[in-house]
Design a protein around this ligand. Structure first.
Ligand SMILES: Nc1ncnc2c1ncn2[C@@H]1O[C@H](COP(=O)(O)OP(=O)(O)OP(=O)(O)O)[C@@H](O)[C@H]1O
Length: 800
């Protein structure tokens, strides 16, 4: 099949004689229109024109509605089939027309809009003659004079005016649109007359003059009576081919007027009767009609066969597709089944896991409930412990108040004691029997001996459940019992916080019973005896001040009490390292001749073993004790505290160091970093105390104590900030869990915790048999002293 361009080009020369017949998809309708054209324009070249709507346009709605790929493919396949079918139909048309001797060709164009396509082709190729359907066959009636088909109306309105268009329906001309062209009028008339002739079947057209109405130029044509003449100009030769082959061949050719030709050939004019001609025409028409009906029948059958064939092919294709789809579906199904199986397995695993988790959950829930019970118990215990603590705190507060009251009472009593100028009666000093002294010292067990001085041995002892130190004075025959008691009377008046208290006497054994001072002497401490920690400089300064205050107290007594044997071994330290001066007034209990130094010849005094290096040289020279003698000894003690060195030659060395501004080298580094200025001040004070001439020595009350207090105050200021810091540094294990204070007497209870003895005893006495810390029952109520901790606490205390 050639394109329109090719065909029209080839036929350009005879386009004038070419009739285009527009045929549609509706085969029936198109056939009648085609046959009308063939019949009407015998001898003319026929172009069967079909404007085909491509699948894209035809199936647009269907495609929109299409939901599946398969359906889309089916629609496409059907469109392809339709196209093919239409081409077959056109081919059939052409071949049938060819059989009938009609020159026919087909023109195939694909366009989305059919009517526009037709108009466009007319315009493009300057088509002069066109036949197309006016309406569907069903609309046909004898009265039908107008166009029904939308396509026909459109083409009629929009086709170029040069084109002459016949609109037919059911094999009848319905309407003609006149074309203005330069074709000779007679030729057009011939075409139109042929048309009119064919419309003889519908004489009403002619009769009613509708033809005249539709074909404007038919003015020239006369009424039906002229039909014969017109017909006479054409000769129809209709050949009906054998009906066996079911092929109807129409051959229409341009007829020459037969009568004239015969007349010419015969050379004579013979008139055929009109009725014969009429009969011939009628016969010819009958034959034509029959042939037409035959052809229509055959075409119908062929159409049906073709349609069935196409359907079968389509079905076959569909079937193949269906099979492949089915295969794909089966494969898909198998895959899906696998997935389902896997999912099922996973689901089973999940269920197992869920079961496990549920089991764990129930276990955890039971544990949780147990924990909750425990928490409840513990909460109750905590509440009871807190209550207990509160009650203890209340007790502690009450005890504190009691303690403070007692302290106030003590202070008041001390003040009273100070104010007392009257001598104490003998009854204020306890008197012990020898038996008691003997028992207290375990019969003077040497292991209970704690020291020995020039004036006798000192034993440790327990008298009436009190720890005491018993000094056994030597017995001097000339020294009567009365003298002893007079001496004791003097001593009994001497009570000071920094003097070792005389508790009682045993006149029988000439022994003096003192309070027991636990931590030994300053001498031992400076020598670090028993591997004790060195005494810090602050503690040394404090001790100096304390001893100074004791000297002032003694010297202020009336009559004045002079210690006369002041040295570090006479300064004792109690549990809190508070210093206490011992040996006060012992010289008063000695016979004059036995007193220190007085029985030694002056020439030998300086070399005597009995002579203390701390002794006042003037006293040694003169044998007269004065308060300044104590000042000298005190000065020597100060030098010892500063340097920690033996006092022999110390005065000279310190002097030298001060002159050389090199005192720091002499200071006892084990006591920490002395503040240099304070150390200098103290050294200078000490040197003044150690002046050989007593007149050059400072007054103990007005000068020495002032200097010491000032120094101490500045040191306290210095230390206070340290104190506040250090307070926070109290080791937590020094604190009693009950009293929340530093323990005085740490004791280990059965629960393994250490408490202050007072606190834990109070706890046990109040009826508790449980641990204050764990609230568990105590196995026993025994307490064990925590010596190590006690020692540590003491060390810690001593450093302040
Ligand atoms: N109340 C006391 N508590 C504890 N220990 C004491 C007490 N009194 C004395 N001592 C110890 O006994 C030792 C002997 O003391 P004592 O006063 O008899 O002699 P001294 O001072 O060593 O020498 P002297 O008196 O001959 O100059 C002291 O160094 C001291 O350790």
């Amino acid at each position: 099949m050639g394109s329109v361009d090719e065909i029209v080009k080839d036929r350009a020369h005879d386009l004038e004689d070419t009739i285009f017949v527009a045929v549609g998809k509706n085969v029936e309708k198109s056939k009648t229109t085609l046959f009308w054209a063939v019949q009407s324009f015998a001898g003319k070249k026929i172009f069967v024109l079909h404007v085909h709507q491509p699948a894209s346009a035809v199936s647009l709605t269907d495609r929109k509605l299409a939901v599946s790929k398969q359906k889309q493919e089916m629609i496409k396949a059907i469109a392809e089939l339709e196209k093919k079918k239409m081409l077959d139909v056109l081919n059939q048309y052409c071949s049938i027309l060819a059989h009938g001797g009609v020159k026919a060709d087909k023109v195939w164009i694909e366009m989305e809009n059919i009517e526009k396509g037709i108009v466009e082709i007319i315009a493009q190729y300057n088509i002069r003659w066109l036949v197309m359907g006016a309406a569907a066959d069903k609309y046909y009636s004898k009265k039908l004079t107008g166009l029904k088909s939308k396509k026909a109306i459109f083409v009629c309105q929009h086709a170029p005016i040069s084109c002459h268009i016949w609109f037919a329906c059911k094999g009848c001309l319905i309407y003609t649109r006149e074309g203005r062209n330069d074709k000779s009028e007679p030729e057009i008339a011939s075409l139109l007359l042929l048309d009119c002739e064919l419309r003889n079947e519908q004489p009403e057209y002619l009769r009613l003059g509708s033809f005249t109405q539709t074909c404007g130029y038919v003015d020239a044509v006369e009424g039906p009576h002229d039909l014969e003449g017109i017909l006479g100009r054409f000769n129809y030769e209709c050949a009906v081919h054998s009906s066996q082959s079911s092929n109807m061949v129409l051959r229409a050719s341009k007829m020459m007027p037969l009568i004239d030709e015969e007349e010419k050939s015969k050379g004579k004019t013979t008139e055929k009767p009109y009725h014969e001609l009429q009969q011939t025409i009628v016969d010819s028409k009958d034959s034509k009609k029959k042939a037409f009906e035959e052809a229509v029948k055959r075409w119908k059958e062929e159409d049906n066969a073709m349609e069935a064939k196409c359907k079968a092919k389509a079905l076959e294709k569909l079937c193949i597709k269906e099979i492949s789809l089915r295969k794909e579906m089966e494969e898909e199904l198998a895959r899906e089944n696998e997935v389902v199986e896997r999912t099922q397995n996973q689901c089973d695993e999940f269920i197992e896991e869920v079961q496990m988790v549920q089991e764990q959950k129930s276990v955890l829930e039971s544990q949780l409930s147990e924990c909750n019970c425990m928490v409840k118990d513990l909460e109750e215990k905590i509440i009871s412990a807190v209550e207990l603590l509160i009650s203890f705190k209340a007790k502690r507060d009450a005890a504190r108040i009691e303690y403070e009251n007692a302290m106030r009472e003590v202070i008041r009593l001390r003040k009273l004691a100070k104010m007392e100028t009257v001598s104490f009666s003998k009854s204020e000093i306890l008197e012990f029997s020898f038996m008691e002294i003997n028992e207290a010292t375990q019969e003077f067990d040497p292991s209970w001996k704690i020291g020995e001085g020039r004036y006798g041995i000192v034993y440790k002892g327990i008298l009436r459940h009190v720890h005491v130190a018993i000094k056994m004075l030597p017995s001097y025959g000339s020294h009567t019992q009365l003298d002893f008691q007079n001496g004791v009377e003097i001593l009994s008046r001497v009570r000071h916080p920094h003097l070792v208290t005389l508790i009682g006497t045993c006149p029988e054994s000439r022994s003096l019973v003192y309070e027991y001072v636990r931590n030994g002497s300053l001498e031992d401490c400076l020598a670090c005896k028993n591997k004790t920690m060195p005494l810090p400089w602050k503690a040394r300064l404090r001790i100096a001040t304390e001893i100074c205050s004791a000297l002032i107290f003694l010297h202020s007594k009336k009559p004045c009490i002079i210690h006369g044997n002041l040295k570090p071994s006479k300064i004792l330290l109690d549990a809190d390292y508070v210093s206490k001066l011992s040996g006060v007034g012992v010289t008063y209990l000695m016979p004059q001749g036995e007193r220190l130094g007085t029985n030694i010849p002056i020439s030998n005094r300086s070399n005597s073993n009995f002579m203390s290096v701390y002794a006042d040289p003037e006293y040694l020279d003169t044998g007269t004790l004065t308060p300044e003698s104590d000042v000298y000894s005190f000065g020597m003690i100060l030098l010892r505290l500063l340097t920690g060195r033996p006092v022999s030659g110390l005065v000279k060395n310190v002097k030298c160091a001060l002159e050389k501004e090199n005192l720091k080298a002499l200071l006892d580094c084990s006591s920490g970093d002395w503040p240099v200025e304070q150390a200098k001040m103290l050294a200078k004070l000490a040197l003044r105390c150690c002046e050989n001439y007593r007149m050059n020595r400072p007054d103990v009350a007005s000068e020495i104590l002032c200097v010491l207090e000032t120094m101490r105050a500045s040191c306290v200021d210095l230390a206070s900030c340290l104190d506040s810091k250090e307070l926070h540094r109290v080791p937590s294990h020094f604190i009693c869990p009950i009293f929340q204070e530093v323990m005085k007497d740490p004791q280990i209870a059965a629960d393994g915790f250490t408490y202050d003895a007072e606190a834990i005893r109070g706890w046990l006495k109040s009826g508790h048999n449980t641990s204050p810390m764990t609230n568990l029952k105590l196995e026993h109520c025994n307490l064990l002293p925590n010596h190590a901790l006690h020692q540590a606490i003491q060390e810690w205390r001593r450093s302040w």
